[in-house]
Structure formats: C-alpha cells, structure tokens
Ligand binder design. Structure first.
Ligand code: AMP
Ligand code: GLY
Length: 427
C-alpha cells in the first residue's frame, strides 16, 4: 500500500468555476477519500467540498488558508493566482502545489514572452511582431495582410484577441489596445500575428522536470453561437478525444511543442512545473501554437476528468510534489462531451438570480459541474455568473456521449438559458 493511503490527505483547490468543480469531483472519488477544500468555490462545489472565501489574487491569503487547513497540497485552478505568484508563496511555505512559479506563468501572462520562448525553442507558431506603438503595428498589419490577429500581451479574461478580417478592423483593435487602453496595462504591448485557419486542438500535459504526462486531446468551442459565430466566451462546450487526432499524433505534438518549451524554460533558469496547455491550430502547413495556458483549461477539464483512470488524488498529489510519470495520463477509452449552460446576456453582462430547475433529473447519469451558481435568500439555486453549469457525459462514441450530454442538459432550464446545440457535432 502506498504511504499516502494511510493518512487522510487534505487538498485545497483554488478557484470557483466548472474546472474546479471537476477537479473537486475527481478528488472526491479518489481511493484515499481526501478532505477537500475549495476557495472560493460556488454553490455546487459546496456539496462536494468545504468552501472557504479567499482573494485568489492575494498569494499571502491563499498561503494562509492552505496553512490553516494544513493542506497536504494545493491545486491552483485559474491563471490569476499563478500570474500573481501564489505558486511561489506556497512553495516558500513548504506546501506542494500544482502550478508553475510566477516567472514560468509568464508563458500565459505575456503573449510576447510566449512568442520569444517558442521562437528560441523552434516551436511552430505563426509569424508575429511585438509592438508598443501604433505606427509599427500598422506596418506589421500591412506586411502580414488580413486576416491578422491582434493580441493584447497580458491577461484580458479571454477577450484580448481580435482576429481581424479587414485592415480597418485590425487598426481599430490595435489602437483600442495601445491608445485607448481598453485592456488596461495588459494592452500596452501588442502582438500582431499572421492569420491562420484550421481546426483547433487543446493539448494539456502535466510537466515536472523532463517528465511530461499528457492528457488526451480536447477541443473547446469558444464563440457563443452555433457554427462558431458571435462573440467569444470562456468556452461553451468541450469534447475529448478528437477522433481525427490519433494518440501517436498527440505524442508527436508533445515532442514538437511541450518538450522543447520545457527545455527552453529550464535552460533560462525558469523551470516549468504544472499543467502546460497548448492551444494549437492544425493548419494546412502543419500544427501551429496559438497560445499557452499554464493551468487546466475550462471547459476542457470538464470533458477530460470524467475520463480519468489514474487515481486523481495520487496522480495530482504526486504532480504537486514534482513527481510526474513520463507517460500519458491513463484514461477510459470512452469519449466525453461537456455542454456549457450560460445565463441570459452572456458573454455581455449576465443576468443573475434566475432560478435553476431540473438539476436533480439531469444529474442521474450525467456529471453536473457548477460554475456561476449561488443560493438566493429562499435557498433556491440561482444563476450567479455568465457560465452557470456544465453537463458532461461519457459514451462509447463521441456521438453517443454527445446525445447523452444533450439529453441531460435539456432537462435543465431557467429564464433566458443559453446553450450551443452543435458541441462535438460531426466528430
Ligand atoms: P488565443 O487566446 O491566442 O488562443 O486566441 C483566441 C482565439 O483566437 C483562438 O482560439 C483562435 O480561435 C483565434 N486566433 C488566435 N490567433 C489566431 C491566428 N493567428 N489566426 C487565426 N485565429 C487566431
Ligand atoms: N478553454 C480555454 C481556456 O481555458 O483558456
């Protein structure tokens, strides 16, 4: 028996969205039956873990909570605590943490830095120019032609990228960021990138030293509307695996992207440990990296973790302690599809307080992960954010998983609920 099984472990998951609920749920099913805390959590997570309020952007507050509950390890869910240095603060306190240092989190926190690393490591990505003034930016737009991607360097809650189809649109996006500062300081530096086309793939891997354990490939669906139209959201659904991307190809992508990036970071004295998520576009000329995230994806995690065959507590706990097997994460063959249910008004200002019904029936068989939910004064479950729930289901094929996930999602309703109807369609 492994030594961890002898003492009940305490785990702290930081964050309060669907991704964190999926992590909490996976841990709750682990053999070691851990004590699970989530901060700040949400109304659904509160049914599976002890929730605590915390300012996730304050590394000292996160560390103080981890100490108070005597956490054996911590999982940092969202990007903000990683970029503000909660990973470093926890390590200094001697608490194992799944998540990179602040310096390594720049792979997500600065698109210009990510580009620099990719170029140095020879990782395929679109041509780009990093600019801080409009004239240089316009010259880059004219050099690349359209479509062209205008990207705010820093974190902008997923809204910092405009893929412009016309020169005017590109110049407007550039001046919005550099001069009107619509993204604040995050847009003081802009990456102008050549436009590409092709299907997108999210490839997540847990890294420590030279060891890399990849998850199966996944895909998220970012725009609000069916057929990928309308404004971008945090993600309206996800699927894993991608049937036309074989395991051998996923392994090759790890060799092409993750290994050289991890090696380049180590060479610079910024070792990366934690989840490295590569957002890839499969272009006619081959795969190209669109972006890196340094954490689990949301909503990819809601389709990946229901497939986990490794024990979540052992696997994630070991990873937090820097022990990662150099092999893919063990998963069930069954595909999984996750459908996101969003509030009226999203991705603009979401309407809050709408009473949610149908959950109990939907939960028979499906995984229901909460994101923006809370309880009103009468104790009813109501909408409390943009993305409210994710409904995930496995099946023997993607089509079956999809049909089951939708059958469950359709049992849930509230005033103005939005859901895409084409998640995982045609895969
Ligand atoms: P990012 O945050 O960099 O992943 O960009 C958000 C989304 O914008 C991506 O998922 C793509 O759909 C799109 N995108 C980003 N860069 C490009 C590009 N160079 N060409 C075309 N689309 C892009
Ligand atoms: N699914 C996109 C993200 O997690 O950033």
């Amino acid at each position: 028996m492994c030594d961890h099984a002898q003492v009940q472990q305490t785990v702290l998951v930081v964050g309060g969205g669907g991704r964190e609920h999926a992590l909490v749920r996976a841990l709750a099913r682990a053999e070691g039956n851990p004590n699970i805390y989530c901060a700040p959590g949400n109304a659904g997570i509160a049914q599976d873990a002890q929730v605590r309020p915390v300012d996730v952007n304050d590394p000292r507050a996160v560390t103080a909570l981890a100490r108070e509950i005597a956490a054996d390890f911590v999982i940092l869910g969202p990007e903000a605590p990683l970029v503000t240095g909660a990973g470093d603060a926890l390590r200094v306190a001697g608490i194992p943490v799944l998540g990179p240092s602040k310096a390594a989190a720049r792979l997500e926190g600065s698109k210009a830095f990510a580009k620099e690393i990719m170029v140095a490591a020879g990782v395929p990505t679109a041509r780009s120019v990093t600019v801080t003034d409009v004239a240089t930016g316009v010259a880059a737009i004219d050099a690349f032609g359209v479509p062209v991607a205008i990207k705010a360097d820093g974190l902008a809650a997923g809204k910092g990228v405009v893929v412009a189809q016309t020169r005017d649109e590109a110049v407007t996006a550039l001046t919005d960021a550099l001069e009107r500062r619509v993204f604040g300081e995050a847009g003081a530096i802009v990456v102008v990138e050549e436009g590409m086309t092709g299907p997108e793939v999210s490839l997540l891997a847990i890294c420590a030293g030279e060891h890399i354990a990849r998850f199966p490939a996944a895909r998220d669906y970012k725009p609000i509307g069916d057929g990928n139209v309308g404004p971008n959201t945090g993600g309206m659904g996800s699927v894993s695996p991608i049937p036309d991307l074989s395991d051998a190809e996923a392994d090759r992508l790890i060799d092409l992207v993750h290994r050289p990036v991890v090696a380049e970071m180590a060479r610079r004295g910024i070792p990366f440990s934690g989840v490295l998520y590569a957002g890839l576009m499969m272009t006619a000329a081959g795969p190209r990296v669109l972006e890196f995230n340094v954490r689990f994806g949301d909503p990819e995690t809601q389709a990946l973790l229901p497939r986990l065959a490794d024990d979540a507590l052992e696997f994630l706990g070991n990873a937090a302690r820097g022990r990662v097997p150099d092999r893919p994460v063990a998963v069930h063959a069954d595909p999984c599809v996750a459908i996101v249910l969003a509030a009226a008004g999203y991705p603009g200002t979401p309407r809050q307080g709408d009473v949610i019904s149908g959950l109990a029936a939907a939960a028979l068989g499906a995984e229901i992960y909460h994101a923006g939910t809370r309880r009103n004064d009468a104790g009813q479950l109501v909408t409390g954010g943009g993305r409210v729930l994710a409904v995930a289901h496995r099946g023997t094929t993607v089509a079956e998983a999809r049909a089951r996930a939708y059958a469950a999602a359709e049992l849930i309703t509230w005033e103005g609920m939005q859901m895409r109807r084409d998640i995982a369609l045609g895969l």
